[in-house]
Design a protein around this ligand. Sequence first.
Ligand SMILES: [Zn+2]
Length: 107
Amino acid sequence: MDREEMCKLRLAKWLHKNYENLSEKHSWETQERCRTSFEDLPEENKKVMMDMAKRIIKTLQIQHHLHLVNNLFNVRKCPSCGSEKTVRINRYQVECESCRWKGDDGN
Ligand SMILES: [Zn+2]
């Protein structure tokens, strides 16, 4: 099993455990055959959890990459209007070209 599979499996187990715990907390009745350890789940249910894990990991990876790219090019979302048109005005501050918000660059 490679590293990615391992991450997926760990996250899938975590999702299953937390889904069951939270369901109990909120009195949501899950299927009887799903109230068991991850290993003993029906195969189809395991596949759903593994695919959920895959999607979460992919989404986080994309967001992480976007964050890195934004940092690289000094793009920062304006906290006031949400625009990505912020420009550095000096060593410490950025300004929004849309709403003229000025602030710390956060680095
Ligand atoms: Zn703005």
